[in-house]
Design a protein around this ligand. Structure first.
Ligand code: NDP
Length: 304
């Protein structure tokens, strides 16, 4: 029987592993199908404290992994296919290989993934002008033109944030009415640097090695036009990776794990959650790392 299993190897999972290992809990971390998590797919991380020159996302995650292993965390490259959770009893985790692991406590740190438009050109130009995080990448577009895709609160927030850097921000939304809250919508619509292209779909992101514009199609007339820009921010919301836990852990309407009273506790004793899978609001590497620390401390207290 394992004392503590952690599912997920992003900043939340690995920070939980560092803390749990240093507390002699001998944690086993199941890394999932993208060891190191989403950050391994970004280029430079400039907002993680302690790295004034910035750090490559992959390197940051490998450093966290090395640190966790140094204190005795065991990391298994495997994917979880099923969990059978209990309220205060044994947590059962089944891997893709069929192996079943029993644990006294479990930390869920499975993350969330941004929704993408699904275009080939978008995939090709990711990190070359196409991003899903203005907080991470906005500063790279100082005095340049950018396009934001989406019509929800995330899109308005990204657009407003980008006005600090970009010379012009164009929001492309597929309907002629925003999904965003009234206050966010008004703020964006009243901003002199933000304009809107309504009822339109981005059909292609232009450029070979870097973004030069987007092709948009009017949904009513079918007419296509090109908007020149250097950056494209896709803000279509995030999907939490919580499918495995449906019906067992309490979740929000959007599928994020619900936490109890500003802690990492879920509705089941012995099951804790950390990082983006339980955070609809902040979704930053540093907030994920902080919540991983909290989950390890909560797990340690529970096991104690
Ligand atoms: P939402 O699901 O609310 O919005 C997603 C947006 O993307 C919608 O406008 C949707 O269009 C559009 N979209 C989805 N798929 C596609 C596609 N394939 N092509 C084109 N457009 C697409 O996600 P958010 O992340 O914006 O918000 C999630 C939750 O988080 C909400 O409850 C929100 O209020 C909250 N939030 C709050 C913030 C704040 O208060 N500061 C900041 C960010 C989020 P359509 O409208 O046509 O469906």
């Amino acid at each position: 029987m394992e004392k503590l299993v952690i599912i997920g190897s992003g900043p939340a999972g690995l920070t939980a592993a560092v803390y749990a290992a240093r507390a002699n809990l001998n944690p086993l971390l199941i890394a999932g199908n993208l060891p190191g998590g989403l950050l391994t797919q970004t280029s430079e991380v400039e907002n993680f404290p302690g790295f004034p020159e910035g750090i490559n996302g992959f390197e940051l995650m490998m450093n966290m992994q090395t640190q966790a292993e140094k204190f005795g965390a065991r990391i298994e490259i495997a994917t979880v296919s099923k969990v059978e959770l209990s309220d205060g009893g044994t947590q059962q985790i089944t891997l893709d290989s069929g192996e079943v692991i029993a644990a006294q406590a479990l930390i869920v740190a499975t993350g969330a993934s941004p929704r993408w438009l699904g275009l080939e050109s978008e995939e090709r130009l990711k990190n070359c002008g196409v991003s899903a995080c203005a907080t991470c990448d906005g500063a790279f577009f100082t005095d340049q033109k950018v396009v934001v895709a989406g019509g929800g609160d995330s899109a308005m927030e990204e657009a407003l944030f980008l006005t600090k850097f970009a010379s012009q921000v164009t929001v492309v939304h597929r309907r002629n009415e925003l999904r965003a809250s009234k206050i966010m919508a008004e703020r964006a619509m009243n901003h002199p640097k933000i304009d809107f292209v309504w009822n339109a779909q981005i059909t292609e992101i232009m450029g070979e090695d870097e973004v030069s514009g987007v092709k948009v199609k009017d949904n009513a007339s079918g007419e296509e036009k090109i908007i020149p820009c250097q950056g494209v921010f896709v803000a279509l919301g995030h999907s939490p990776s919580t499918e495995l836990f449906k019906g067992q852990l309490e979740m929000t309407d959007h599928g994020f794990i619900k936490l109890q009273h500003n802690t990492s506790l879920t509705n089941l004793a012995g099951v804790f959650a950390a990082g983006d899978c339980a955070d609809e609001r902040y979704r930053q590497a540093i907030t994920a790392a902080g919540s991983g620390c909290r989950a390890a401390i909560d797990a340690e207290r529970y096991l104690g």
